[in-house]
Every structure is written in structure tokens, then in C-alpha cells.
Design a binder for this molecule. Sequence first.
Ligand code: 4AD
Ligand code: MG
Length: 477
Amino acid sequence: MNKYSVKELLSTDHLHKEVIVNGWVKTYRSNRFIAINDGSTINNIQCVVNFEEFDDQLLKQINTGAAINISGTLVESQGKGQQIEIQVREISILGSADPETYPIQPKKHSLEFLREKAHLRVRTNTFAAIMRVRSTLSFAVHQYFQKNGFLYVHTPIITGSDAEGAGEMFRVSTLDSKNPPLTEDGQVDYREDFFGKETNLTVSGQLEAEAYAMAMGKVYTFGPTFRAENSNTSRHLAEFWMIEPEVAFNDLDANMDLAEDFIKEVINYTLENCKEDLEFLEQRLLDEEKSKPMADRSDMPLIEKLKFVSENTFKRVTYTEAIDILRNCKPNKKKQFKYLIDEWGADLQSEHERFLVEKHFKCPVILFDYPAKIKAFYMRLNEDGKTVRAMDILFPGIGEIVGGSQREERLDVLLDKMKALNIDEEELWWYLELRKYGSAVHSGFGLGFERLVLFATGMGNIRDVIPFPRTPQNAEF
Ligand code: 4AD
Ligand code: MG
């Protein structure tokens, strides 16, 4: 007798075989039909019991959430709704789940309620589907880069530098925070700390990836990054995963080509390999849409939206063109935006990004050549002296999904920039050496993995696409 996953039982031909399956009870109805699932697929396998043949005490323990082991014969189903079922011969209860206290009952729970139960929510169909899509996407990311000759580089989690210069870092320290050693002028003396200097959790692996690109040509990192920004939004996490390719000899145009091709391919892979989960998530959204006012309803079902993005060219526009559009658009003139755009140089808020993508261009947009003042220090200065070779990719329903740039490869220009921004040259001595020895044009980008998962699953809140979300005031699990 062989042990199978539910997916194997449902998808391959084991008909009339004696089989064993382990899983968790989804439902038990009419004293006869047990639906079980083991996480391998969105579908349950139905197990049919002849209750007269089993002990009452045992049957009483078959409750939603219980872990059970079943052996029996795989037969064609008599009933509607499934093709195959198990005629049960033996049942053992591996772990019961008290129906009085088990929180995940077979009814619709709100996403907010389930966030409080992050350790159990993956037992629901919705979260299991999301996490399978997440896992597939993550495989597709590695596959894309490996297939295209990129080296996977593991950049450090603990760093001594602030890659984005935005000061949104989590400090890493072994000093006694209540009673730290002080320098003569009363500052915390980090020379006494574990590493002998101030360190933090990385906000981006970019700077280290640049070092590797300048030897290995095409590299990427895919790892956790950390931001202590206090933005309690549906698009921000304090701990998120970022995909960061970096390519020597690529300019900004090549960088945009790479980003667009990459996104399309991983979405395509997911469309092909997560069909049932995406259909489930799409249906879930359609059901939810029914309760929304017409104006808030999405104009495209999930799968159509994913296909649309993977098949259509992203619109490329400069920041300056975008500002002109925004300045003159109705919502800006009628003061419907929270932040009004009235001058060149203003940073775009997510309401502007979403207007451009969802209302104006109606497709993903790559904005490039941003004002130097609103972008990070490492971006390459254009000939105009006021814009940099930056690009952001904006997605429908998401806003910014990618941030990237061609990097400043000229030592003198980079030094001037760092001086102007008060960035310590000594801190980044090694980064500067990359410009001293064998410097060359190079570029790269960062894609927030959870924002990609949000898009692919159609979910509305980033807290629902990562297993254990970290947000301000929340690290319960
Ligand atoms: O635009 P960002 O800050 O760019 C960088 O960190 C560059 N060093 C990347 C590079 O060029 N190698 O972040 C990149 C992306 C954003 O576009 C967004 O998708 C995501 O990371 N991101 C976040 N995702 C979730 N929560 C947050 N708090 C995020 N901050 C950025
Ligand atoms: Mg950005």
C-alpha cells in the first residue's frame, strides 16, 4: 500500500489501488463524507466512510482541523463535484482539534481575523493558495536568472552602510540599551559594540551586488530586507523580500528591458503552473466584488489582468512627461488629489502613480529620468545636471513595484554627490574603490517580492501575502 499526497491522488491514475493519505479534516458531513487536504493542492479528497463499521468515539474526533490518516481504495466517485474518492477501510486520528476552541471553522473568516491567527491561517484555502503562488513565483525568479546566466549572490543581512541613505534602519547591537558605554562627548560608543562600529539590518543588497557585478557580470540577490519606516499601509512591511539583479555594461535602457522581460516571464510561469490556485483566487475576488459599489469594482478578472500584463508592452515615460500629465489632469486641477502636483521636482505619491497607471495609460508604466534631488546618491547624473538615470515601474492596483537605476560609475561625480549629501566617504570606501579600479557602466533594480505576490494573487493587503508579516507594533509570531 502506498502513501500519496492529495494532489497525486487527484491528478494521476491510481484508481482501484489501495492507498494511504495523511491530511487535515476540512469538513465531515452526514456522518459519511470526510473532505481532507494536505496542502498539496487547492482541492480536497473526499473519503467515504461506512459509519456502522467504525467506533463512535473515533468518529466523534473527526472534526475540522484534526490531523488524520486514512487508508482505503481509490474509486470513481458516485456523487457530483469530484471524480475520485476514497472508500475508507481504516482511520486513525493523529491529532484531534476541539471544535469548541479551534479557530478555523468551515465558514468565511475575515482576513483581519485571520491575521491574528497567522500560525493557523494557512490552513484556509485562500492562504494555502496564496502561499503556493508565492512559492511558485519564487522558483520562477531563480529559474529566470539561472537560465539567463546570472550568478546568485548572497549579500549580507548585517551591514555597516545605509544603501538608500534614507535612515530607515534597524540597529543591530549587543550593547546594553539602557546603559550603553559613552564616548567623552556623551555619545553611545559603538567602538565597544560587537562589530566595533554601528551596524544595521540591510535595507537593500544593492551596494554589495554592485561589487559582485563588477567581477561576475550578471548577478542577482533575493533575500530579506528591512525598513524601519513607520508607514502603516497596505503596501509596506518592515521585513520584506527583495529581488535585486545588477548587470555590468548595462545602461538604463537595458535595465528597463531586463525588468520588463523578467516580470513578464515570472508571471507567465505562474499562470502556467498555478492554474487551479489562480482560478480559486479569482473566484474569491469575484465573490468579494459583488459586495462592492460599482465604481470600486475591478475592471478585469485576475487571470485576464495577469495575461494582460504579460502580453502588453509597458509604457515608458520620463518623469518630466508624467509631471505634465499630472499637473494638467482633472483630479489635480479639481483638487481631488491629497497632494497636488504643481511643480517640477515634487515626489510622486501613490495616488499619482496609480492615476497614471490605472486611469491615464491603463497599463504598467516605467517612469524614468527622475529629479536627482528625490532619488538616492548612487544614481547616474544625466547631462542636464538635474535628473538621474532612475526608473520606477508602476503597476495597476499596486503603485511602485520596482525601483532601479543606472549607477554613477564616475568617481569624481559620485564624490561630489556624496559630499553634497553629507555621506561619509570613509563609510563607503570600498564602494568608491569600485569606481577607482575597473569602473564601467552598470545598472540594476529592486523588485519588492511581496508586491509581486500581491499583484499575482489579487490580494489587497501586503500582510496577507507573507507568512508572518512584520509591521509597526506587530511581531507577535
Ligand atoms: O525603491 P527601493 O527603495 O530601491 C532600492 O532599495 C534599490 N537599492 C534597489 C536596487 O536598485 N537594487 O526598493 C525597491 C522595491 C520597491 O520598488 C518596492 O517594490 C519594494 O522594494 N519595497 C517595499 N516592499 C514592501 N515593504 C516596504 N517597506 C518596501 N520598501 C520598498
Ligand atoms: Mg523606490
